[in-house]
Design a protein around this ligand. Structure first.
Ligand code: CP
Ligand code: NVA
Length: 309
């Protein structure tokens, strides 16, 4: 039976820990997994642009002896030239797995229903699971999990926050968030995270005031205000997110030397200021680097768990 990673909820707490352990091993000893994906060819079905997700997955696959084919929006015109389910059944016969970046989460689940191999969500409107795993890997490299760091997210209750909340819930971690009204996390995702948190002891707290959300936080995280596909809403969102910027003033409420995190790309002057991006506690490029190690670990977990001891 194959496994996919479409939502963080596809993974148990133990599986998340295992993927993070694998990522630490491949980061320390990449040479040991040089041939781990030999004979595997992967497809990248991307409806939106990408720097980190695409390049880190592709570089990771090549570095482990596998191959990859990029299929951008103009190449297969998923759901336009041909129905999603037909493309899935065809590609199932050529590829070992796919990474998908789509506008609608439905496209990924529909594809998975007809693709007889693993599907990895490389960002949808609902979740960004690979990002959240790399972020928690980064957080725990800087502040070990047994110190119980508080992560405070300030911004849009969107795909990135959803996946961060679910990782926090699964790991029994503490996450605070502040979003403007009407941009709270989706009730279904929040209910799921809270239900998991009941079992693990995780703390998930929402605020409307960003200063309260970041109070005594160990790390402050933000994401763009205008996500890919929302360009027409730009002016409205810039207005609605006023007061949600991660800047020096806001960081005064967090712990001294709190880490600053961002999934990138960043829009300096909007959700984050230039000086905060360039500050010494800003770990955004460590997060970006860890995307590579976590993607390799995800692939090893799905395709060759015994490749590294
Ligand atoms: N953070 C992230 O997913 O970056 P890309 O959009 O460049 O892949
Ligand atoms: N929320 C952003 C994340 C980019 C990695 C978007 O969906 O565009």
């Amino acid at each position: 039976m194959f496994k996919s990673l479409i939502s963080i909820n596809d993974l148990s707490t133990e599986e998340i820990r295992k993927i993070m352990e694998l990522a630490a091993k491949v980061k320390a000893r990449p040479q040991e997994v040089r041939d781990a994906l030999e004979g595997h060819i992967f497809g990248f079905i991307f409806e939106k642009p990408s720097t980190r997700t695409w390049v880190s997955f592709q570089a990771g696959i090549y570095s482990m002896g596998g191959g990859a084919i990029y299929l951008g929006p103009e190449d297969i015109k998923l759901g336009i030239r041909e129905e999603v389910r037909d493309v899935a059944r065809v590609l199932s016969r050529y590829l070992s797995g796919v990474v998908m970046r789509t506008f609608s989460h439905w496209t990924i689940t529909e594809f998975q229903d007809y693709f007889e191999k693993p599907v990895i969500n490389g960002l949808s409107d609902l979740e960004h699971p690979c990002q959240a795993l790399a972020d928690y890997m980064t957080l725990y490299e800087k502040i070990p999990a047994d110190k119980d760091p508080v992560l405070a997210f300030v911004g849009d209750g969107n795909n990135v926050l959803h996946s961060l909340m679910l990782v926090a819930a699964k790991l029994g971690a503490k996450i605070h968030y502040a979003t403007p009204k009407k941009y709270e996390p989706k009730p279904k995702l929040l209910a799921l995270a809270r239900q998991i948190a009941k079992k693990t002891g995780a703390v998930i707290e929402g605020f409307s005031d960003p200063a309260e959300a970041v109070k005594d936080a160990d790390a402050v995280y933000t994401d763009v205000w205008v996500s890919m596909g929302e360009e027409a809403m730009r002016q409205k969102k810039l207005k609605d997110f006023k007061g949600m910027q991660v800047n020096k003033e806001l960081l005064k409420n967090a712990k001294k030397d709190a880490l600053v995190m961002h999934c990138l790309p960043a829009h300096r002057g909007e959700e984050i200021t230039n000086d905060v991006m360039e500050s010494k506690n800003c770990v955004v490029f460590d997060e970006a680097e860890n995307r590579l190690h976590i993607q390799k670990a995800i692939l090893l977990y799905l395709f060759n768990q015994g490749a590294i001891q």
